[in-house]
Write a protein that binds this ligand. Sequence first.
Ligand SMILES: Cc1cc2nc3c(=O)[nH]c(=O)nc-3n(C[C@H](O)[C@H](O)[C@H](O)COP(=O)(O)OP(=O)(O)OC[C@H]3O[C@@H](n4cnc5c(N)ncnc54)[C@H](O)[C@@H]3O)c2cc1C
Length: 450
Amino acid sequence: MQSAKKILILGGGFAGISVLRQLESSFKNNEDIQITLVNEDNFFLFTPMLPELASGMIRPSAISIPLRMVCKKTEFIQAKVSSIDLKSKLVAITRPFDGMVKVLSYDYLVIAMGGTTNFFGNKKIEKHAFTIKTIQDAIGIKTHLIHMLEIADTEKNPALQEKLLTVVVVGAGFAGVETIGELNDFVRDSVKSYYHNINPENIKMILVSANGVILPELGEELGKKAYESLQKAGIRIIPNTKAVDAGEDFVFLGNGETIPCETMIWTAGVTMDSVIADLDCEHKSGKIVVDKYLKLANNDTVFALGDCAAITDTKTGGLYPPTAQHALRQSKIVSHNLKAMIFGRTNLKPFNFESKGMMAIIGKRDGIAKISGHSLTGMSAWLIWKTYYLMMLPTFEKKLKVATDWTVNSLFTRDITLVRKIKRKSVNHLDGIESLDQVLFRSETQAKTN
Ligand SMILES: Cc1cc2nc3c(=O)[nH]c(=O)nc-3n(C[C@H](O)[C@H](O)[C@H](O)COP(=O)(O)OP(=O)(O)OC[C@H]3O[C@@H](n4cnc5c(N)ncnc54)[C@H](O)[C@@H]3O)c2cc1C
């Protein structure tokens, strides 16, 4: 090899760090290869456990791994990718601290920037909904819910108390189902242990699904089982319905129903960052279209994988689903093919993957799983989920932290410490209904004036 080859990886999520690890192990002692990783945050986030962070079952540091910990030979740069020029082989990045722009050149590019939340252009929903994509999102949801519990405990108007304790999750994929399951347990357990002025009947947990089934990835039979389990746990599911509007304290559904609520969580869609959407290449659903070798067609130096890549499943004709499991599998093909390109070999491998299993946790000691064609439900599926994801979590230290949190938090009552203040609207109104305290205060004031 003449001069050092530069490999640039954009995105330090499941796909990016998995490619990085494989390349690092192959090029450990090879000075002719320089690898650079660019990511917005300085850590990798283990997203499947985000709902448990929102419910306080685990602490934030347990599921965030500093990227410098995985970069042994790689140079890490914390920055936002602001544009990619495929013709000149240049990538512009912006430093978050002061907005300073830097341009990086590459010989080989790996694009693994995932996706962002899709509100389908609905600005009102975007303004009023919580999302669950980042650590801040999950902490924000937990903080907000504890505030709602504190206020609801002092509220005597039942309609207002119910509004404070209504949580609407929109979207019934993995993120939506696991989030509603976790929050349902969190709110009900907390009320039982601490909030004795709250009538448990005023807790309303609602899952809104655009389809007739939930968790479509797991098939109809398991989706039905998950549906029944959630209902048994006290969750109302509204199928075949979309959320079409929202305000500070309501969600309006396509079926004409208005739900008064202080908490709406949006998990209903994924879209692409403008850097991906504007890239000068073929797109499908906003994602980068790659060939079966996971590289751009007619471009042997640019690979894309994970949630930002549109990869056709030749068996079904559809796209492979955006899951962590698929991103990890794709990383093996990308690292193999990238090495083949560097060494001028022609033995490229095509991506072909049939998932051996899918699973989800849907509540306390309850889960569903489909493994090698076998369906499992309840405690066994829940245990398999816990074991599998614990094993997937990078580093022994993080595994130990998560295992400790699970053990400690299942032995004791929920932690409702409010470590943050929220700056948010007044919740003392309900479509014209005043709280009892407001009515009393008004009567007292009037009596004094008279
Ligand atoms: C709440 C939740 C629960 C989930 N549960 C499961 C589950 O149980 N099982 C499962 O298989 N999948 C699950 N998923 C889906 C899974 O998280 C994704 O499929 C997976 O993360 C995709 O990996 P990726 O590397 O493509 O993207 P990501 O993991 O999202 O990584 C993308 C990275 O790129 C970075 N990035 C993005 N834009 C820029 C930019 N402009 N500049 C710099 N950096 C940038 C991001 O910060 C991020 O680090 C869940 C997702 C969520 C949100």
